[in-house]
Design a protein around this ligand. Structure first.
Ligand code: NAD
Length: 478
């Protein structure tokens, strides 16, 4: 049994799910493979209608799911509501978009007849993290099912409860065998990824688990999609608007979900000429939008971090920066009705004057601390922004959109936001994913759907059709 306690009130048991044994994983994958064959034969339009009905089946439960997600993950209730609602929006969007994208294309001309089909892989395995379990799972489930696959999800044991419930509600509205959850840690994940009947793996999480997943998949040459961490730089040009509204957006880009977001704003670069002004504006904005406390309390915008280990690690990053000459500035307000000692709370912190090689600058902090760094020259800024192995997101802030886009082209990241960052800058139609060691493959957008289909061809060359010119028996086409 996997038990989950509330990170905001550590003594409180939120719920549990049954761990899946290796035999259980095998049985589930076999059931999925069985169900998938019939599903692949259903027309894409009809599959889309079934998925819309599945979304309708979950919709009445959004509030109850949001409360469960808030209690198991420590994310503020409003964020959880938003996440579950957005996951349903994505499911419906995918259902609308997939049939046209996945339709057969046929060309019949002087060169011959060519049929291009987008066929499903078979059984997809999804391995997902705890920080946004509902949307990050839906980004795999919706396109995989729309393309005619079956899918088996292994959620993180740190937040398995709400997503387990979502998957059950969806599965009840789908034909038998198509959608399953298995529960456990790395071993369960490895049993799933290494199963012979799994034909594609979609993973979101950290670097260490990613290399294990990729290595296990490689033994069977199973294709993978990897969505990993980032160390997103924020590039504020000298003409950036530092008014209260954009500054509130920037603060939340770093501290929503207590900074535990792959595409959070993780390093702030401000031009030296506006450094003092920025510091003042940023702290003012933080006072107006950051309230740390129990995720279920009204007005709370930041909860605890996920575990005691995570709290320890993040505090260590701040202590290290201070030991190297940096200064820690606490941000925002706290909720007077919360016992902060009763959960894994880390207060939001801005670190100034940290050296460029401090881990809080060079590594993904994945917690509520962000370094502020000054720059003088844009070329040097680009070099610093592109330093390091990660390349998930970035943002450029400027009053001149063309100037921002020109600078954005020079940034090594899969997704550059302009005048915003993190979830406010996402779009259903914009493919999302990393470059460098932030992973490969894309979610969202058309690419996030076609990721779950492979192109298969039927071809009759014109030369060999009745009346064709023919060709030598072993010739290359001309
Ligand atoms: P994690 O890597 O610890 O765990 C992710 C999942 O992998 C969990 O379900 C875990 O049980 C499983 N797992 C671990 N070892 C495995 C193995 N050997 N075989 C199969 N499965 C295994 O990550 P986490 O702590 O849950 O999430 C945090 C990380 O995820 C951060 O680095 C964050 O940036 C990244 N992330 C990336 C995105 C994105 O879209 N790029 C989104 C969210 C989070």
């Amino acid at each position: 049994m996997i038990e989950r306690h509330n990170p905001a009130r550590v003594g409180e048991l939120v719920g549990s799910v049954a761990a899946t044994s290796p035999d259980g994983v095998d049985a589930v994958v076999r059931a999925a493979a069985h169900g998938q064959r019939a599903w692949a034969a259903v027309a894409a339009d009809e599959r889309a209608s079934v998925l819309r009905r599945a979304a309708d089946a979950v919709a009445p439960h959004v509030e109850e799911l949001a409360v469960l997600l808030a209690r198991e993950s420590g994310k503020p209730l409003a964020d959880c509501r938003g996440e579950v609602g957005f996951a349903l929006t994505y499911l419906r969007w995918t259902a609308g978009r997939a049939p046209a994208l996945l339709a057969d294309r046929e060309i019949d001309d002087d060169a011959g007849r060519l049929l291009l089909q987008r066929k499903p892989y078979g059984v997809v395995a999804a391995i997902t993290p705890w920080n946004a379990p509902v949307i990050l799972t839906m980004l795999k489930v919706a396109p995989a099912l729309a393309a005619g696959n079956a899918i088996v999800v292994k959620p993180s044991p740190l937040a398995p409860l709400a997503i387990d419930r979502v998957l059950r509600l969806l599965a009840d509205a789908l034909p038998d065998g198509l959608l399953h959850a298995v529960h456990g840690g790395g071993e369960t994940g490895a049993a799933l990824v290494g199963h012979r009947l799994v034909r594609k793996v979609a993973f979101t999480g950290g670097a260490a688990a990613a290399s294990q997943v990729a290595a296990t998949a490689a033994l069977l040459a199973t294709p993978t999609v990897l969505e990993l961490g980032g160390n997103d730089p924020v590039l504020l040009l000298p003409d950036a608007d530092l008014g209260p509204e954009p500054m509130r957006r920037l603060v939340l880009a770093s501290f929503a979900t207590s900074g535990q977001v792959c595409m959070a704003a993780k390093r702030l670069y401000v031009h030296r000429s506006r450094y003092d002004e920025f510091l003042e504006s940023y702290q003012d904005a933080a006072r107006s939008v950051l309230r740390t406390g129990d995720p279920l309390h009204d007005g709370v915008s930041m909860g605890p971090v996920i575990t005691a280990e995570a709290a320890h690690r993040v505090r260590g990053l701040v202590d290290d920066a201070v030991a190297r000459g940096g200064r820690a500035i606490p941000l925002g307000l706290t909720d007077p009705a919360t016992d902060l000692g009763g959960g894994h709370f880390v207060l939001p912190t801005l670190v100034v004057d940290a050296p460029a090689d401090a881990p809080v600058v060079t590594e993904e902090q994945f917690g509520p601390v962000v370094p502020l760094l000054a720059y003088d020259d844009v070329d040097d800024l680009v070099e610093r922004a592109n330093a390091g192995e990660l390349g998930l997101g970035a943002s450029v802030w400027s009053a001149d959109e063309d100037r921002a886009f020109a600078l954005a082209r020079r940034i090594e990241a899969g997704f550059v936001f302009v005048n915003t960052h993190n979830r406010t800058g996402m779009s259903l139609r914009a493919p999302f994913g990393g470059v460098k060691r932030s992973g490969y493959g894309r979610e969202y957008g058309d690419e996030g759907i076609t990721e779950y289909a492979q192109t298969c061809v039927v071809h009759a060359p014109a030369a060999f059709r009745a009346g064709g010119a023919g060709a030598a028996a072993n010739a290359y086409p001309t």
